[in-house]
Design a protein around this ligand. Sequence first.
Ligand code: 5RP
Length: 243
Amino acid sequence: MFRLFGYDEAMNQQEMKILTGKGAVDALVSRGMKLGLGTGSTALQAVNHIGRLIQEGKLTDIRAVPTSLQTLIACEEWGIPVYTLNSKEILGRLDLTIDGADEIDGDHYCVKGGGGALLPEKITAYASAAYAIVADETKLVKHLGQAFPVPVEIIPEARIPVMQAVERLGGVPRLREAVRKAGPVVTDHGNLLLDVRFLKPVDPVEMEQELNRIPGVVENGFFTKLRPMIFIAHGDGVLEMRK
Ligand code: 5RP
């Protein structure tokens, strides 16, 4: 565990998001890097900082792969050059991905997908030589999937059989409903999302595999196969880095 920075005054959650997003970029990002850029309000702070550094001429030759339309739009607004994992400038490999998380446990396992982008986020993370999660201290938990439901991306046609199979695994699935649009959330890849609450603590390593074995599940929000660096912003203004 390393402590990187300290501030004198108590921070609100938005300030903690800015602290961790900026801190991870300052610690890890340098000229010429191929970057995976995550989704959500915390990852966006890292994107904003990268954009600002590029605009100020302090960071050059960045090639970015955004993990959602939200992040793509942010990159376009900042003028951050964007590619896909298939672009010849990227060739399927990234130096680093910076992303947020909904929950993080003591093993650095995460739940992700609150922003509905877990599929591109997992693909991008697996294609990266280094992986960093940026979060504020409210995301730290003892057991994953208890307070924050685990998102599961599914093929629309498989909704009912997948929900039944999830129930057999001890989960309580709920179809994610859109806000200001009637009907369900449709992901950037045309799929639906189930938010699954587990009434009892589950083994996230096993459950990640079990959920993905259900026909019709595209991917789920347990992230247990990689061990990301974690940048945690605390309310007292300390940015902690856990390796
Ligand atoms: C999006 C994600 C986000 O990283 C996660 O939901 C955290 O978002 P925020 O930083 O807004 O709390 O996994 O799919």
